[in-house]
Design a protein around this ligand. Structure first.
Ligand code: NAD
Length: 290
């Protein structure tokens, strides 16, 4: 397939390179210089997208996505797929999709889970919103860039799935970290805590697969000085999107709100920025009640 790829950052570049290595003809565009030997680069959005069967975007936020989509769609071939893999709010995803449909394109919102490691290894999970025909067309590419793609329904539903998942993740990480900090103060050995919880009803992905305590459980960012991994800043972004969505549809999400407030405090008023989101554990360790 002929693919235009816009946004060659930490996630986008390895995804684009995997597509090129699988034999697709990829033309990339980014406002910054993103060195690569694997894909061809273009110096403008129109040249990157014209004649493409699929245009993929992997951008930092919704405002940039809206701007890039408005610039790209007039130059795209009728019937081509506009596949956005960025994490943005549901409303923006639906607005971009409506605009693309109006231009005779097939839009998909397909945010990912799996991080930079998953992008490099081609093991991302895609949560996809959009028409079944568009999903079918993109499936071959999801198979290259990822290990799983779930069709979640119409446009915007991929973003809905992503923020619901990450709201659980943020809440669970905080719960896991505060429980470890409490266990420390109760004199409970961390290994014993892990051995019990990881095989009891408190188990979770944050405990079992991404344990925030260094030296415990499988390798995780905690074993690497809390270097991300999944940065606390990105967790905050996703939690804010969850609360924006909750407000828009009048959903009561008290734990999601509490997690948002805590990550905002950690990232914006403490030392959380640039650290993995599991660095909540050293944060709790150093604090006292009240
Ligand atoms: P990034 O900042 O590394 O990459 C974004 C790229 O977009 C940058 O290279 C930037 O120069 C480029 N860009 C900005 N404005 C542009 C424009 N107008 N035209 C063309 N290119 C432009 O971010 P990332 O980590 O690759 O994340 C991308 C998206 O994926 C975000 O929405 C993020 O929330 C989501 N995401 C990231 C991770 C992760 O672990 N990094 C995990 C899951 C989802």
């Amino acid at each position: 397939m002929k693919i235009g790829f816009i946004g060659l950052g930490n996630m986008g570049l390895p995804m684009a390179e995997n597509l090129a290595r699988a034999g697709h003809q990829v033309t990339g565009y980014d406002i910054n210089d993103c060195p690569t030997e694997v894909i061809r680069k273009s110096d403008s959005i129109p040249t990157a997208v014209s004649g493409a069967d699929i245009v993929i975007t992997m951008l930092p936020n919704a405002a940039i996505l809206r701007q890039v989509a408005a610039e790209a769609t007039p130059h795209m071939t009728t019937g081509a797929v506009l596949l956005d893999c960025s994490t943005v709010d549901v409303e923006s995803a639906r607005a971009v999709a409506a605009q693309a449909e109006g231009a005779g394109l097939l839009p998909l919102d397909a945010p990912v889970s799996g991080g930079v490691g998953g992008a490099q290894a081609g093991t991302l999970t895609f949560m996809v919103g959009g028409a079944p025909a568009a999903f079918e067309k993109a499936l071959e590419l999801f198979d290259i860039m990822g290990q799983k793609a779930v069709h979640c329904g119409p446009s915007g539903n991929g973003q809905a799935a992503k923020i619901c998942n990450n709201m659980i993740l943020g809440v669970t990480m905080i719960g896991t970290c505060e429980a470890f900090a409490l266990a420390d103060k109760l004199g409970l050995d961390r290994q014993a805590m892990f051995d019990v919880v990881s095989t009891s009803s408190g188990y979770s992905w944050t405990m079992n697969a991404y344990c925030p305590a260094p030296g415990i459980g499988p390798q995780s960012p905690a074993d690497n000085g809390y270097k991300p991994g999944f940065a606390a800043d990105l967790m905050l972004k996703d939690l804010r999107l969850s609360q924006q969505a909750a407000q828009a549809v009048d959903a009561d999400t008290p734990m999601g709100q509490a997690a948002t407030d805590l990550y905002a405090q950690f990232v914006e008023a403490e030392d959380g920025s640039g650290r993995d989101f599991s660095a909540m554990l050293p944060r709790f360790e150093s604090r006292r009640r009240g």
